[in-house]
Design a protein around this ligand. Structure first.
Ligand code: BEZ
Ligand code: FE
Length: 290
C-alpha cells in the first residue's frame, strides 16, 4: 500500500488514530509512552473541549515549567512528584515481598558526596534544634543482620530546610551522613528533630497547585538510602508519628510501616527524642536494577 493510501482523514473521531498511524513502530520505551500519552491528550481535549485561548494557557504553563528547570532545579520532577506519578512509578517497580522495607521517592535534596561519619557521632554540625538519637538495624527477610550495609541519611533542620537550600545559613553537609553498619548490622547517630516543610512553591508548579488549594506540605521525616552487596538498594523515609499532618503528604510517600514514634527520654541528663528504625532488605533479583 502506498504511504498516501495509509493516511487517515483527520477529524474528531479519528484524531488519535490519525496520529498513531504516522508514528512508526519503535522499541524505544520513551517514544512508545509519548505516543500513548498523545492518545490520552486527544481524549482529554474531546472531553474538556478547551478553546484555543484556554489551550494556549496550558502550553504557556508547560513552557514556564521548562524555563524553571535547570541543573540545580528540576521543575518537571516536582510536577511528577506532586501528581503522584513518581510515587506510582516507584510503587510499580519496587514491589517487594511482605515484610521488606518499601521504597519511596528520593527527592531533590540527596547528595551523593555525603561524607562518612563514625557510628555514634552527630550529623548536626550547628547543634540547632531538639536532640534526636537514631538507632537502626538492618536485616534480611530471614531476620539475619546485614553486616555489610552502608546507610546514607539526610534530613531538613528544625526549621524545615535542607542544608543545600540554605548554603549561607547552614554548614556544608549539615544533617547528612554516611554510616557503615557494625558487625551486628546496627548503626546509631545523633541529630536534631526535623520539622515538616513545604515543597518549593515559588515556581510555576507550586504556584498552580497552591492556587488550586492543593497541599504542598511534607510531614517531618528522615531520608535513607541503604545499600549492601547482593541486596536491592532501599531508598526510603521514616516519618515522625507525632506529626499531626501525616495524612497530608504532598508526595504520597507515607506508608504505615515507615511511621515511627520519636519518643522523648533523658539521655546524659539531657531531654532527647529517640527513634528506632529497622530496614529489611531483599536479595537482588534478576532483571532488577535496584
Ligand atoms: C523531599 O522529601 O526531600 C522532597 C521530595 C520531593 C520534592 C521536594 C522535597
Ligand atoms: Fe525530604
Amino acid at each position: 500500500m502506498s504511504r498516501a493510501a495509509e493516511l487517515i482523514t483527520f477529524n474528531e473521531a479519528t484524531s488519535a488514530e490519525a496520529f498513531a498511524s504516522r508514528f512508526g513502530a519503535t522499541d524505544d520505551a520513551t517514544a512508545r509512552l509519548l505516543s500513548a500519552a498523545v492518545g490520552h491528550v486527544h481524549e482529554l481535549i474531546k472531553e474538556f473541549r478547551p478553546t484555543p485561548e484556554q489551550w494556549r494557557k496550558v502550553l504557556d504553563f508547560l513552557t514556564e515549567v521548562g524555563h524553571a528547570s535547570d541543573e540545580r532545579r528540576q521543575e518537571w520532577v516536582l510536577f511528577s512528584d506532586l501528581v503522584g506519578a513518581s510515587a506510582l512509578v516507584e510503587e510499580i517497580n519496587s514491589r517487594r515481598p511482605a515484610g521488606a522495607t518499601p521504597n519511596t521517592i528520593r527527592g531533590p535534596f540527596f547528595r551523593a558526596d555525603t561524607p562518612q561519619r563514625a557510628l555514634g557521632s552527630s550529623i548536626s554540625l550547628d547543634d540547632a534544634g531538639e536532640p534526636l538519637l537514631v538507632e537502626g538495624h538492618i536485616e534480611d527477610l530471614d531476620g539475619l543482620p546485614v553486616t555489610t550495609a552502608e546507610i546514607i541519611t539526610w534530613q531538613a533542620n528544625a526549621e524545615g530546610y535542607y542544608e543545600n537550600q540554605q548554603p549561607d545559613l547552614q554548614p556544608e553537609f549539615n544533617l547528612r551522613g554516611l554510616f557503615r553498619a557494625d558487625q551486628d548490622g546496627k548503626f546509631q547517630y545523633h541529630t536534631v528533630r526535623p520539622a515538616g516543610y513545604s515543597v518549593p512553591g515559588d515556581g510555576p508548579v507550586g504556584r498552580l497547585f497552591a492556587q488550586a488549594g492543593y497541599p504542598l506540605h511534607r510531614p517531618a521525616h528522615l531520608h535513607f538510602v541503604v545499600r549492601a552487596p547482593g541486596f536491592e538498594t532501599i531508598t526510603t523515609h521514616i516519618y515522625d508519628a507525632d506529626d499531626p499532618r501525616l495524612g497530608e503528604d504532598a508526595l504520597f510517600g507515607v506508608r504505615p510501616e515507615l511511621v515511627q514514634p520519636f519518643d522523648r527520654a533523658m539521655i546524659d541528663g539531657k531531654p532527647t527524642s529517640c527513634v528506632s528504625v529497622r530496614f529489611v532488605m531483599v536479595r537482588a533479583r534478576q532483571g532488577r536494577s535496584k
